[in-house]
Write a new protein. Sequence first.
Length: 176
Amino acid sequence: MASLLPSNASDLERALETVFRDVLADIEGSARLFYQPERCPADLLPWLGWSVSVDEWSDQWTEQQRRNAIADAISDHRRKGSRLAVENALQRFGASVVLKEWWQYQPVLPVHTFTIDIVGGSSTGSSITDLEQIKRLVDSKKPLRSHYIITVGTELNNSMAITGRSVPVIIFRGNF
């Protein structure tokens, strides 16, 4: 490995380069691995996520979920501001999501308005932190001009084939 030090380097700098030459060679050889989500060391995943601008990150995620979020970051940024981006972000919660835009209603809603109906198991939307996370995800993916209403519901099923549905209405409006 050739020296990277300038010609006016001090004796101390040259000695340090000699001591750390093997370490630097290892880093140079493995630097490409740091930008591959499937091969990056687990303790460096938050930094890799930051470098590709992952919108939503959680320390509670499994290692595989973190790697998937990093791998999907670039395609997510390409879709940002679209209906598909909002739907893909909400699929993370494992709930049934129905997104309807203003023109799909009769009579039509105000322009650039959409509604999100989330129906899932008993854990979907059961806490304020879940709802805050849903709001953050939608805000980061939706078109800036759009406003929305979220309706969160829970389907209850029992062994007697009786189905009930409660729909508490929680409304979040986008920024004006």
